[in-house]
Design a binder for this molecule. Structure first.
Ligand code: ADP
Ligand code: MG
Length: 323
């Protein structure tokens, strides 16, 4: 990296996030030095966003900064982890100070909101791509895994599904300008459910974040747990614009298999049902029971008339269809 490019990085990223006392050395040396809390496990995750695959070729840089971090915090939330540190791998076609400034504003604002600090990274030249690694803490034995669901558990969701997917479809006449802003915000600036994830640690038997669509992601819980599930479509939480879309088209694939929602899908032992009220009161995202775990494998979807609904296309798979 040339000096001027390094100056850019220092300017944009050397004070990004919360000044944490566990960051003994952050951006600027050959590696960061970090002090993990005693008796905690580290939860480590990485997600990459590529221009033309995960976002349009010419994205809003501030929204992209937000989303690059948000998708990683969402993975930590799905583990019940408390986020702490992140690194940033940036591949840029050319150094562009105004673009980087906006990108860092989006990323750093979300970092501050969640008490995380950017401790390092790497910058290279090439087609635009962003790869973030996020590290969080979980007490031993308390991390939320995909494999813990048991027959009889309730299947639950935070927030609403289908908003990001609807934002990518052509706007319809029944959408107001406010609806379109709301949907675009849900696509471009998802809110990782970090707080809900941490509160679910003592409650949930399994959890995953919904990035590739409910059917695919709940499917991962079912596979890892060796169980099945019944989900009632009418109970899936949806925003008003998505509800109107559903009543106009009957197209349940929108909330079931369009990705990018970044809500948490989790399973809850039935005897803990009353804890959901507390969770709803303590978080602002909403929590809904949509079905239950069964011994029979597979995901069974029931339409509002209690008939089995068949989903053609379960969810996003980067390598789907390749031989
Ligand atoms: P080296 O040549 O030793 O690998 P670099 O010149 O790549 O170091 O990086 C110098 C410092 O800047 C390191 O502390 C690195 O973590 C940080 N850095 C580089 N790129 C980024 C970035 N995109 N975001 C945050 N920190 C970065
Ligand atoms: Mg070095």
């Amino acid at each position: 990296m040339s000096l001027s490019e390094f100056d850019l990085i220092r300017r944009c990223f050397s004070h990004c996030g919360n000044g944490r006392s566990d960051v003994l050395l952050g951006v600027g040396d050959d590696a960061a030095l970090l002090q993990p809390p005693p008796d905690m496990l580290l939860a480590v995750t990485q997600d990459t966003l590529v221009a033309g695959v995960h976002f349009p070729a010419d994205p809003d840089p501030e929204a992209l900064g937000h989303k690059s971090l948000a998708v990683n915090l969402s993975d930590l939330a799905a583990m019940g982890a408390t986020p702490a540190w992140v690194t940033l791998g940036l591949t840029l076609p050319q150094p562009d100070l105004r673009w980087l400034d906006k990108f860092s504003v989006g990323l750093c604002a979300l970092a501050v909101r969640h008490g995380v600090h950017l401790v390092g990274g790497d910058t290279t030249r090439g087609p635009l791509a962003i790869s973030v690694t996020a590290v969080g803490f979980v007490p031993p034995g308390a991390g939320l895994r995909r494999g813990g669901a048991r027959a009889g558990d309730l299947v639950c969701l935070t927030g609403t599904l289908g908003d990001a997917g609807l934002a990518l479809r052509a706007p319809s006449q029944d959408q107001s300008a406010d609806d379109r802003d709301y949907l675009r915000g849900r696509l471009q600036r998802p809110s990782p459910r970090v707080d809900a994830g941490m509160r679910l640690r003592p409650l949930a038997s399994a959890a995953i974040d919904v990035s590739d669509g409910l059917a695919a992601d709940l499917g991962h819980i079912l596979d890892a747990s060796g169980v099945g599930a019944v989900v009632e479509l009418a109970r899936i939480p949806c925003s008003e614009p998505v509800r109107r879309y559903l009543s106009r088209t009957g197209d349940w694939s929108l909330p079931l298999s369009s990705g990018d929602d970044y809500e948490l899908c989790f399973t809850l032992p039935r005897e803990r049902l009353s804890a959901l009220d507390r969770l709803r009161a303590e978080t602002d995202c909403g929590v809904t029971v949509i079905g239950s775990i069964t011994e029979d494998p597979g995901l069974r979807l029931l339409d509002p008339d209690a008939r089995t609904y068949r989903l053609e296309y379960p969810g996003y798979d980067h390598f789907g269809g390749t031989p």
